[in-house]
Design a protein around this ligand. Structure first.
Ligand code: ZN
Length: 478
């Protein structure tokens, strides 16, 4: 379920494929096996106990429980239970007529009720009943991709032996691939840069709190601004989504600050681009092969005995750490395919030096700038829908299709790649002006391109291009 939450960020960006109706049902076939039926498709899962319960709503209880943990940490919730079984007897409706002893005994019958989540703030009891019936378009798209993947598994994915990796890549390609992710992340970074420059801290950055516009919309919103606050020198104000908190917050040494936002943003960016948490490497996934063992890190203490918890708390090295390869990656997308050298440098500073020295983490401004540059350098492959940095590959690194024709629009400040299937293309503010966190993606000029004649002109009736704008047309590779 965590993977589902991580990728939810981009579900809205799915290209405008029309959705077809389907039916689903799920069956727990045996203790550890499960099946899901969608129309004529049947998907089988092994080693997934209580799958039916989980799919039909158990996940929502867990999710809600985990979301409340921030309030537990903040001290607002004193005691919390998930799946609390409460026994009672219903055969004495008129308790008033019973003596005290009978009333008490009637509470302990053989019938029980399960409360999904119950907690107290010290004064009142709160009960949350989780109903997973209200499925929205995001869930449908995720399921739709599972069906499409089974029906039209492309050749480039068929070569990958692990089915779960095929599915994740299929979903990645169908939700805008790297190019769209880079742009959405850049916009998110711009919003955070503006908040930070006003002295504000966002606090709880996570894929669930970032919404990306549908279809052609390039808008990004940060929702759930409840935790937005001014940075304070001290006080107990640290809220974070599990797996996204900066080490000094998770370890309890500090509170939310711009530099903890920078960490959290970087975790989200890494997961979104590379499909892997930046600290879940071989030390966690293959502990038996790791001679150093989990206790090689001197700061690990008994509180953080679980390897993944240690990883999420920043006790283990970054999977790409330049100076320590003991926790190297075993499952992520190659970083050189999803991030430029400058973005990889930002990850290195944030998760390498910045793991123990928060002041080393680059500010949001650098992320906004470099992510936008990287998005403008990437090209979608028409064959497999994945995207890559056009200047570095003459063939698609995923499916091997030759690089299609494209154009570069250049000014002394910036450069943007224009795919050959674009007849009209918006030239943005960032090509012509100093990078603005507020306006960099606004349309400054509209160009009409003719790839046969290799010409580019302003859309009829709009302003002429400035003299320092040039176009370079690059032929398709054979
Ligand atoms: Zn391709």
């Amino acid at each position: 379920m965590y993977e589902l939450l991580a990728t939810k960020f981009f579900l809205n960006t799915l290209q405008t494929a029309s959705l077809t109706a389907f039916e689903k049902s799920c069956v727990s076939t045996a203790l550890n096996e499960a099946e899901i039926h969608m129309g004529s498709n049947v998907f089988q899962f092994k080693y997934w106990p209580n799958f039916a319960h989980y799919l039909c709503g158990g996940w929502l209880e867990e999710y809600t429980y985990l979301r409340l943990q921030s309030l537990v940490k903040a001290g607002w919730i004193k005691d919390i239970r998930i799946g609390l079984e409460v026994s009672f007897k219903e055969d004495h409706p008129d308790n008033v007529s019973l003596g005290y002893r009978e009333q008490l005994s009637s509470l302990f019958g053989d019938t029980y009720q399960e409360l999904d989540i119950a907690f107290t703030d010290g004064r009142r009891l709160y009960v949350i009943e989780c109903k997973a019936g209200n499925v929205n378009s995001e869930h449908v798209m995720k399921l739709q991709n599972i069906v499409r993947y089974k029906q039209e598994l492309p050749n480039w994915l068929a070569a990958i032996p692990e089915e779960y990796k095929q599915l994740r890549l299929f979903h990645y390609a169908n939700t805008g691939s790297t190019r769209h992710r880079l742009l959405a992340l850049s916009k998110c970074a711009s919003i955070l840069a503006r908040l930070h420059s006003a002295g504000l801290v966002y606090g709880d950055i996570s894929p669930e709190n970032v919404f990306v516009g549908d279809g052609d919309s390039r808008e990004v919103w940060l929702i759930d601004a409840d935790n937005l606050r001014f940075e304070m020198s001290e006080g107990d104000n640290a809220v974070y989504t599990p797996h996204y908190g900066a080490p000094e917050i998770v370890q309890g040494h500090d509170q939310s600050r711009p530099r903890t936002d920078c960490w959290t943003f970087a975790v989200m960016a890494f997961r979104t681009l590379a499909l892997c948490h930046p600290f879940i490497g071989k030390k966690v996934l293959e502990p038996d092969n790791d001679e150093g063992g989990w206790d090689a890190e001197p700061s690990a203490d008994s509180v953080h005995a679980d390897l993944d918890e240690q990883a999420y708390a920043g006790y283990l090295p970054f999977i790409d750490d330049d100076n320590d390869n003991t926790n190297a990656d075993v499952s992520a997308l190659p970083r050189e395919l999803v991030a430029t050298p400058k973005i990889r440098r930002l990850f290195q500073e944030t998760f390498g030096a910045g793991r123990k020295q928060p002041h080393r983490r680059p500010a949001m401004a650098f992320w906004a700038l470099e992510l936008a540059k990287a998005s403008d350098q990437s090209l979608n492959c028409p064959d497999c829908a994945m995207s890559y940095f056009a200047d570095r590959h003459k063939k698609c690194p995923y499916c091997g299709a030759p690089r299609p024709a494209f154009a570069h629009a250049k000014t002394p400040r910036w450069e943007v790649l224009i795919p050959a299937n674009a007849t009209e293309f918006a030239l943005t503010h960032r090509l012509f002006n100093p990078f603005s966190f507020e306006h960099n993606d606004d349309t400054e000029y509209e160009a009409v391109l003719d790839f046969t004649k290799k010409t580019a002109q302003p859309v009829r009736g709009t302003n002429p291009f400035p003299s320092d704008l040039s176009f370079e047309f690059v032929e398709a590779e054979k």
